[in-house]
Design a binder for this molecule. Structure first.
Ligand code: CTP
Ligand code: MG
Length: 333
């Protein structure tokens, strides 16, 4: 495996950039769709505020972190202070409120790991999930969106990686593969290593939030950093090659933890992630930027790690050798 560590990239890699960029463009949601999402947020906020005047509804996940494809579902989080009423009861009451507000296909899922209400809005045709008091997700959504503003190549790379992961069915956490959130963090890590992105959490903080026990602070004046990566001229196809080459041949799965919080590679020793504890096997280690005891690779088991690594190698080899890499890379599994 490690023989291939320093393999140079194929000389003609850059000729695929226009094709990758047109795939990216085809996945980006339209202005019209974004306007509809805002409209739905406004109308739901109004409805819910009548019952809970001190609550606030936030967009999070792909529709707010700028890594969302067109036609994806909307993730909303209701923040509510009421300590008298349990999360499950909030979900049930929310379902009643939505019912009275003429929303459709309302399903409260109170037994899920994260309890949610699902609904469809007949006005906009959009479907969404609402969770309760999951503010860390709102904060990490902002972190991802802020990173995306520093260098456009992050968004391009992450869209293509997500598209690959969905085509190859390795974006299914309930099957032991990785979440979209984890893939975006892996892309940020790569660009930090190449000095295309800084490490915002290591810079002087301009944004602070305390959520549960986590202290979330980082430099968020990203408009001041829009030249940060300009010294590096790598095209998105070269970055894509580097991404797969890293995860296929360079990452040390026995030792390494990637950490965008520190902008470095940490060791499992440092994190005390060397043993299996409960269901956490730490077979691929991706530190959550705020919930730092959280390994985003914890969903991966001894079967799915093989599948994942084979897919990384497949993609790396296609980008290295295939005469028509675009078709092969996204070939449905
Ligand atoms: N999230 C999290 N911790 C995880 C997984 C997800 O905090 N282990 C939160 C993040 O805020 C993330 C959101 O949940 O932005 C949605 O996660 P996910 O569905 O993985 O990502 P999306 O960006 O919504 O991607 P997709 O387009 O595939 O729906
Ligand atoms: Mg989502």
């Amino acid at each position: 495996r490690f023989q291939r560590r320093n393999r140079p990239c194929r000389y003609d890699i850059d000729c695929f950039t226009p094709s990758f960029l047109s795939i990216f463009e085809s996945l980006v949601p339209s202005e019209e769709e974004i306007a509809k999402q805002k409209q739905l947020l406004t109308s739901l906020s109004r409805l819910i505020n009548e019952e809970w005047p001190n609550s606030k509804l936030y967009l999070y996940g792909s529709c707010a972190n700028s890594f969302g494809f067109s036609n994806s579902d909307i993730d909303l989080c209701l923040s509510i202070d009421d300590t008298e009423i349990s999360k499950v009861d909030i979900i049930l009451k929310l379902a009643d409120i939505l019912q009275a507000g003429n929303l459709q296909n309302i399903q409260p899922l109170t037994r899920a790991r994260v309890p949610i209400v699902k609904l469809m809005d007949p006005e906009t045709g959009l479907s969404c999930d609402i969770c309760v008091n999951n503010l860390l997700a709102v904060v990490n959504t902002k972190l991802l969106r802020d990173y995306a503003q520093i260098d456009r190549r992050l968004r391009q790379l992450a869209f293509i990686v997500k598209h690959w992961a969905k085509s190859r069915r390795v974006n299914e956490t309930y099957q032991g593969t990785l979440s979209s959130y984890a893939y975006v963090i892996m892309c940020i890590h790569l660009l930090q290593q190449r000095r295309i992105l800084p490490c915002l959490q290591e810079m002087e903080a301009t944004y602070y939030a305390t959520v549960d026990d986590s202290n979330c602070a980082y430099f968020d004046q990203v408009d001041k950093l829009n030249n940060y990566g300009a010294h590096n001229r790598d095209t998105v196809s070269r970055l894509l090659w580097a991404f797969f080459h890293y995860w296929a041949y360079e990452h040390d799965y026995t030792r390494d933890v990637i950490s965008i919080r520190t902008g470095r590679i940490m060791s499992k020793e440092q994190k005390d992630w060397t043993r299996r504890v409960g269901n956490d096997r730490h077979l691929i280690c991706i530190e959550d930027p705020f919930e730092i005891s959280h390994d985003l690779g914890r969903v991966v088991d001894k079967f799915s790690i093989k599948i994942l690594r084979e897919e990384f190698e497949r993609a790396a080899n296609i980008l290295q050798f295939d005469s028509n890499p675009i078709t092969a890379l996204f070939e449905p599994y």
